[in-house]
Unconditional design. Structure first.
Length: 139
């Protein structure tokens, strides 16, 4: 018998900066074409303005997303829920599917120092290189 414990509350970042990761259910693709990527980025931009987010870095891979964000006028969990629900609605409508697209809730790491901020930016931008999708990143 497996007993599922309730998940713990997300630890609030003192700086308000988070490295956020979203993954497709069972590592399934969440971006099938350029339109999907553009739509997701448009949603990030829309909520960037509404929630006054700061976007430091992002990387859309086929089956997961990395974002480096500073929360604005609302809790990062609320903003990420809005982005996730909006994209899943678009995705399910476009691909005539139902149900979950993302695996669990988003994962996040607090970024509390300038040094770690730079490390995470490098990590996010190197993701496509490490996955063999590109040879180098042009910034």
């Amino acid at each position: 018998m497996v007993i599922k414990l309730p998940r713990g509350a997300r630890v609030k970042s003192r700086s308000g900066i988070y490295h956020i990761m979203l993954r497709g259910v069972n590592k399934q693709e969440i971006f099938h074409d350029d339109e999907d990527c553009i739509t997701f980025l448009d949603m990030i931009n829309r909520y960037k303005e509404k929630a006054e987010l700061t976007v430091y870095a992002w990387c859309l891979m086929n089956n997961h997303v990395h974002l480096l964000l500073k929360e604005g006028n609302e809790d990062i969990s609320i903003t990420m829920k809005r982005i996730g629900v909006s994209f899943v609605s678009y995705y399910n409508r476009k691909y005539e599917t139902t149900g979950h697209l993302f695996q669990d809730r988003f994962r996040s790491e607090n970024v509390e120092s300038m040094r770690y901020l730079l490390t995470v930016i490098r990590y996010i931008h190197q993701n496509p290189v490490k996955a063999g999708m590109v040879q180098q990143v042009d910034l």
